[in-house]
Design a protein around this ligand. Structure first.
Ligand code: NAD
Length: 252
């Protein structure tokens, strides 16, 4: 499905980004595995290569525009072009009500989860414009449609990702660049299993969140990976500006 394509994945050292990188490589793509975490990122690339796929790790802090520009330049230099970008790196909420959240905390989540996506989209556009187009997928969240309490930082960032996606899709249309967002429900990853579910505030809400996943379970990383690989492939050639809910019915 993705033979011959070069795709950059951010946040690829863990969770959704790692599984998606593996699925993209299995489908034939050369994957540029990007993460701020050098150990996790390198492990993702090593695993893909051990399974017979093509991948290379590159450290990148998505909140730093120079890093992002260098990442995209590296991908083009190594593989000759850029066909896809999965802008997925993100950090979680601070689990504080709006009146307790500091400006620095709010700005940190916006910097990584929203401004980081902007930097990626901007530099992916510049690379894709040179070869006639491509497909970009940004990771938003089902909370962008249905917020949780104590999540003004994260919800603001993810709602921003949806707005950015739609506006960028308008800019991308004439350039042959499609831009879509994927909105995961609660997916079992290190972010949720190891961190959020152990947080005293978040853990109290887990049963209620679970009940809103009408399919009757939380998501697995493969649920997101399969949707993203379709959006990055030519099978979705008429899909742009969409927010694809992959959330077990959470947002119904
Ligand atoms: P995760 O913590 O397992 O993985 C996130 C990865 O992003 C990590 O490898 C981390 O090192 C990397 N990262 C963090 N800050 C970075 C930065 N500044 N630059 C580059 N890399 C950075 O989390 P996950 O659950 O796989 O989350 C992936 C994405 O999905 C995030 O954007 C998250 O907000 C979103 N999301 C997750 C869920 C869920 O339930 N897990 C639900 C909705 C949306």
């Amino acid at each position: 499905m993705l033979n011959g394509k070069t795709i950059v994945v951010t946040g690829a050292g863990s969770g959704i980004g790692r599984t998606t990188s593996e699925v993209l490589a299995k489908a034939g793509a050369a994957v540029v595995v990007a993460d701020i975490d050098e150990v996790g990122g390198a492990a993702t690339a090593t695993g893909i290569k051990a399974a017979g796929g093509e991948a290379v790790f590159r450290r990148c802090d998505v909140a730093n525009e120079d890093d992002v520009e260098a990442l995209i330049g590296f991908a083009v230099e190594r593989y000759g072009k850029l066909d896809g970008g999965f802008n997925n790196a993100g950090i979680e909420l601070y689990n504080k009500p709006v009146h307790e959240l500091s400006g620095a905390e709010f700005r940190r989540v916006i910097d990584v989860d929203l401004v980081g996506v902007f930097y990626c989209v901007k530099h992916e556009f510049r690379a894709m414009m040179k070869t006639g187009g491509g497909s970009i997928v940004n990771t938003a969240s089902s909370v962008s449609d249905r917020p949780l309490p104590v999540s003004t930082d994260y919800t603001s960032a993810k709602a921003g990702v949806v707005g950015l996606t739609k506006a960028a899709a308008l800019d991308g249309g004439p350039l042959g660049i499609r831009v879509n967002a994927v909105c995961p429900g609660l997916i079992l990853t290190p972010m949720t299993k190891d961190r959020l579910m152990n947080d005293p505030v978040f853990s109290q809400a887990v049963q209620g969140i679970r009940a809103r996943h009408h399919i009757g379970r939380f998501g697995e990383t493969i649920d997101i990976a399969n949707a993203v690989s379709w959006l990055l492939s030519d099978l979705s050639s008429f899909v742009t500006g969409s927010e694809m809910m992959v959330d077990g019915g959470y947002s119904i």
